[in-house]
Design a binder for this molecule. Structure first.
Ligand code: NAP
Ligand code: GLV
Length: 326
């Protein structure tokens, strides 16, 4: 099978991916965009990391586009993406584990105010603040997909009261989404869906974690109305996409104390411009989009499973429902 490998990665990353994918699926010929252009009729699948628009057109035998990214929002903005070819996204257990680590770290940081102690250290100041218990710090996780569910359960296991918000219809088709967890495993997390449930939960939330996909419905969801519905001083943790947040609204809520602290991993423009107010804001802890990086080996095994399913006529996994945008 000939598979096009393309994306916005640099030469070194492209080489690393090629090596990892060759080790995972040695029977595949991994083609560069140049090779694909020379024999477009012979390309059966494409494994992509946000390739430049237009790179997946003119491939008449294409039967699968496999994304190396979990979020496919950028890929879906490419109007030339063939509409009738199945699109699968990356669901990588190592990436989910990394996201859990980041979300747990961020939640503990804001619950225990470790960010304040970090600031005090820089000022050589010894000052103790009251310690808040996990069970006094309700967490709301927006998105109950691969990442959101795992994060919610990890935090519930640490004693946080956790609610998880979703559309409520995600487990209907197991080729698109993970199968529902064991009933016992979900019991510690309160499942919410719909706008009314969200607005009831917000005033009770101390830590809001965003793990939604970026779609027309979720763009700008973290805005002034949402921040004002939280209790004063609540924390916001955005680990999904920058455009979920209305930056001016968040900056205003941080300045007036409505939001006590924000942990931000993702931004509308990446890299975040050097003069952006987030960089030096004392109420912001900032990461350069590293909450959960795609793990080469584990992701290559996921790609291998889908390519072999394609070859064998078996069902493909983790397909994107394009009409929903995730
Ligand atoms: P996923 O499995 O597709 O889950 C998405 C969840 O969001 C589902 O629970 C879905 O509800 C819910 N949802 C979607 N639209 C909604 C809406 N309008 N209202 C309420 N709930 C809605 O996605 P995932 O694998 O967990 O990943 C989530 C996002 O994390 C990705 O899209 C990506 O942007 C981001 N991400 C970031 C990093 C990083 O390093 N920062 C790494 C990986 C991923 P249903 O269950 O009801 O369908
Ligand atoms: C990272 O943000 C991803 O979507 O894989």
């Amino acid at each position: 099978m000939n598979v096009l490998l393309c994306g916005d990665f640099d030469e070194h990353e492209a080489l690393e991916w090629r090596q990892a994918l060759t080790a995972a699926v040695p029977e595949v010929n991994w083609w560069s965009p140049e090779q694909a252009r020379q024999a477009p009729h012979a390309v059966a699948a494409a494994v992509v990391a946000n390739p430049p628009p237009g790179q997946l057109t003119g491939l008449p035998a294409l039967r699968l586009v496999q994304s190396l990214w979990a979020g496919v929002d950028r890929l879906l903005t490419d109007v030339t993406l063939p509409a009738d070819v199945p699109l699968a996204r990356m669901v990588d257990p190592a990436m989910t584990a990394a996201m859990v680590e980041t979300a747990v770290w961020a939640t503990l940081t804001v619950q225990r105010e470790f960010h304040r102690y970090a600031q005090q250290q820089r000022a050589s100041r010894w000052q103790v603040h009251p310690q808040r218990r996990a069970d006094e710090c309700p967490v709301l996780v927006l998105g109950q997909g691969e990442m959101g569910q795992a994060v919610a359960h990890a935090l519930a296991a640490l004693g946080f009261p956790v609610s998880g918000w979703s559309t409520g219809s995600g487990t209907a088709d197991s080729t698109h989404h993970r199968p529902a967890r064991e009933p016992g495993a979900t019991s510690a997390v309160q499942r919410l869906s719909g706008d009314a449930a969200l607005h009831q939960a917000l005033p009770l939330t101390r830590v809001l974690i965003n793990l939604l996909p970026l779609t027309p419905r979720t763009t700008g969801l973290l805005n002034a109305a949402l921040f004002n519905a939280l209790p004063a001083g609540a924390a916001v943790v955005n680990l999904a996409r920058g455009r979920h947040v209305v930056d001016e609204d968040l900056l205003r809520a941080l300045s007036n104390g409505q939001i006590g602290h924000a942990v931000l991993d993702v931004f509308a423009h990446e890299p975040l411009p050097a003069d952006h107010p987030y960089w030096l804001h004392e109420r912001v802890t900032l990461l350069p989009h590293v909450a959960a990086q795609t793990d080469l080996r584990s992701a290559a095994a996921v790609v291998a499973r889908n390519l072999r399913a394609l070859r064998d006529g078996q069902p493909l996994q983790h397909l994107v429902r394009r009409e929903r945008g995730y």
